[in-house]
Design a protein around this ligand. Sequence first.
Ligand code: O7M
Length: 209
Amino acid sequence: MAGLILALDVTDREKAINIANEVADYLHAIKIGWPLVMAAGMDIIDSLSQIKPIICDFKVADIPNTTKLIVREARNHGAMGIIVHGFVGRDSIKAAVDEAGKMKVYVVAEMSHPGALDFMQKHTDDIVLMAKEVGAAGLIAPATRPERITHIRSLAGDMEILAPGVGAQGGSAKEAIEAGATHIIVGRRIYEANEPAKAAKALYDELTL
Ligand code: O7M
């Protein structure tokens, strides 16, 4: 079943935990990245893991050895998944997959912002095929361009596809799922809402109707 992943890009530990608790019933997982980890420390992964599975969005883009060390830190703190960039090439992605153990590795295939058209989109197909070959669990593809999700799905087989860009960036949850995404990633539409639980429920209902 299609699921909702909260992008918890707040920079206050208490606020992060409060929002996570408030919306947990509607979530498949929580994605945290640099804004929250830099503000609250790596232990926030352990704390939030008590509420929902955590995907660390570190968008790792480094040589294999450094990639391995970063993946290990996320794993040691109990993350369920980690996000890495694909453009760094096969050896780095393989290092992430090899180090991940039970943790899922998600590879960024194409980003949701307009700048993704400058360089990244030209290499999306190669990134998808490489990620599939090295055994990554899933891909990141843009909810802002549902036709690109459909294209990426045609290459990705049964890999998971997580689609950010719903809400604040203009994408639609329903369209992303219909295009072939497995889950959607939503940040501001939920955590900036006056009533985060209500906003999360509306998205959840859109996915399950
Ligand atoms: O819903 P938003 O726009 O407030 O937040 C979207 C989240 O998804 C935010 O955490 C971004 O960093 C992330 N994201 C994108 O918006 N676009 C991408 O192409 C990729 C990501 C992402 O999660 O990459 C793993």
